[in-house]
Design a protein around this ligand. Structure first.
Ligand SMILES: [Zn+2]
Length: 266
């Protein structure tokens, strides 16, 4: 039986807007969002509000002017220093802005339409913040992981509106993601009497499983292991790390690998 076309048709804007326009637009939007993510990265661990208060210099407290709020660009022009007190601006801010722009750029190049682009950006920017938080603070906040899972249920729910069987992928992905990292962690604790894995890692992989499905979870874990090994090797070769203990946190590797798997899936 031929099915009627679904009501959720793709927006026509993408047919009109050419790639040479969407790619820089997504990159600039990504830098702006990355600027907000950078503020979250710096303020969340201190327990400060992310939305309240204007951006100021962390050292002299001067409220930043409009020109200084332009992401990436202002950092390059001011050479990473506050214009008033010459204090270095947190390089993590620059990392978040560059990462946000890169995620936007890659998503715009890969996405087939505006809906895909939007969904990819929602995933990419969340993974960027989680990855940077784990890298900087070894911290994966439950609230952000919950948000990642909940936002993944939106496209999953829309896709399953016509066929409830399609919910099996996200649910299986979440369950498998959790078990794959929770079980080794439990076994390690039973064996050695201490934690070998971060408590947030199984939850993160579970939330990513909603987006990626069971196969994507396995691919993400393999990819993350590979990234971790390569990074650890590079750090050891450069003399910056003495052992695997000082290697990249697993959550950061998972975030990077998961985003790559998502892009490859779509
Ligand atoms: Zn200053």
């Amino acid at each position: 039986m031929q099915r009627e076309p679904t009501i959720l048709t793709l927006p026509t804007v993408f047919i009109v807007v050419p790639l040479w326009l969407t790619v820089p637009f997504a990159a600039i939007l990504g830098a702006v969002v990355g600027s907000f993510l950078g503020a979250a990265l710096i303020r969340l661990p201190k327990g400060e509000s992310v939305v309240a208060g204007r951006s100021r210099c962390d050292v002299c407290g001067r409220v930043l002017g409009p020109a200084e709020l332009v992401p990436v660009f202002s950092y390059l022009v001011l050479r990473g220093r506050c214009r008033a007190c010459q204090a270095p601006i947190d390089p993590w801010q620059f990392a978040a802005e560059t990462g946000g722009a890169l995620a936007g750029l890659v998503c715009a190049l890969v996405a087939r339409d505006a809906v895909m682009l939007g969904i990819g950006l929602v995933l990419g920017w969340q993974l960027l913040l989680l990855g940077l938080l784990d890298l900087r603070h070894m911290w994966l906040p439950d609230r952000l992981i919950g948000l990642l899972a909940a936002s993944g249920m939106v496209p999953a729910g829309l896709a399953a509106a016509g066929d409830a069987n399609l919910l099996a992928g996200p649910l299986l992905g979440a369950a498998l993601g959790f078990v794959l990292l929770w079980l080794p962690g439990r076994l390690y604790r039973a064996w050695r009497g201490r934690d070998g894995l971060g408590a947030g890692d199984p939850k993160l992989l579970a939330a990513m499983g909603v987006w990626l499905g069971p196969l994507g979870v396995v691919e993400t874990l393999l990819g993350a292991s590979l990234i971790g090994l390569v990074a650890a090797g590079a750090l050891m070769l450069s003399g910056k790390a003495v052992g695997l203990r000082s290697a990249l946190p697993l959550g950061s590797c998972l975030a990077l690998a998961g985003f790559a798997v998502y892009l490859a899936q779509n």
